[in-house]
Design a protein around this ligand. Structure first.
Ligand code: PMP
Length: 306
């Protein structure tokens, strides 16, 4: 998806013009994929202010991702939280997407990069609905990819690791080439894991189900949806889900910072429910958008105002 460039990038401790956000070709992460990142959104609230959604949770996950990969981020978490806010301010962005990236710079090559610097960048740009505005309303068509999601002992899925996304890209390319909108992946046991960049939920007889965290990313939108559902008295179960259980679901939807809450109207050519956004999906999607736009005082703790 094309992006619109902004003016400044925070890079290793200072703001630099967009054009100077460059690295050397021997940047270690470029070769071997050991790096971590986050995807965060800032929304304009109904009262005219702007707020970053669940900023401390995203930064905390960035540090957990780095810890899993034994990378030490050379800044305190509180500083990176401020940097995210500053990056939006200096670029005069009232809303948009923010990408913190932690990577190994150039120095030694090979697989034991002892002294390569851990470099940190925060980049922000405007980004609309990841799976399309129409997708948010009408739902999208998903297909289970022939690529399996990583096993935790192959490539630890709790870390938002740069190299992990090779698997996601292969899956997404495979199914979009066939005309579908998004790829779902099964884990090594054959159970439903997650989509290429989203967590997955299903509804059956009023109960909301989602796969446990075993081999998936611990999605922050997933956490929001679980909390919002429980607040509304909806039963939520984290349980392994089979592909045929999805086919027979009343509703299916994906959650992610980029994709927000996107209904799925078809899985593997089976129409889900009535083939449109389901009622529970609509309720939770509205509750999610109310929270991000600051319409519910109850969820104001999820907002970091600019
Ligand atoms: N799974 C994967 C593989 C992802 O890339 C993402 C996006 N970060 C998610 C799930 C959803 O996570 P979140 O809601 O925190 O964006």
């Amino acid at each position: 998806m094309a992006f619109k460039k902004t003016e400044q990038i925070w890079f290793d401790g200072a703001f630099v013009p967009w054009e100077q956000g460059n690295v050397h070709l021997l940047t270690h992460t470029l070769h071997y994929g050991l790096g971590v990142f986050e995807g965060i959104r800032c929304y304009r609230c109904d009262d005219g202010r702007s707020a970053v959604f669940r900023l401390p949770e995203h930064i905390a996950r960035l540090y957990r991702s780095a810890k899993i990969l034994e990378m030490e981020i050379p800044y305190p978490a509180a500083q990176l939280e401020s940097v995210v806010i500053e990056t939006l301010r200096v670029n005069k962005m009232a809303e948009g997407y923010i990408r913190p990236l932690v990577f190994l710079g150039d120095g030694a090559m090979g697989l034991l990069p002892s002294d390569n610097p851990v470099r940190v960048a925060v980049i922000a740009w405007p980004w609309g609905a990841y799976l399309g505005e129409e997708g948010l309303e009408r739902g999208i068509r998903a297909k289970i990819s022939s690529y399996t999601r990583h096993h935790p002992n192959v490539s630890m899925t709790k870390s938002k690791t740069c190299g992990q996304y090779v698997n996601s890209i292969l899956a997404k390319r495979e199914v979009t080439r066939m005309g579908y909108d998004e790829a779902l992946m099964l884990d090594t046991q054959g159970m439903v894991a997650e989509a290429s960049g989203e967590n997955v939920f299903m509804v059956r007889d009023g109960v909301l189900k989602t796969p446990p965290l075993t081999s998936i990313l611990e999605g922050i939108t997933r956490d929001c949806v679980i909390r919002l559902a429980r607040e509304k008295g909806i039963e939520v179960v984290e349980t392994p889900i089979t592909r045929d259980e999805l086919y027979g679901a009343d509703e299916v939807f994906f959650t992610g910072t980029a994709a927000e809450v996107t209904p799925v109207r078809e899985v593997d050519d089976r129409t889900i429910g009535s083939g449109a956004r389901g009622p529970l999906t609509k309720t939770l999607q509205s509750a999610f958008f109310d929270a991000v736009h600051g319409r519910t005082s109850k969820h104001e703790s999820w907002l970091s105002f600019l």
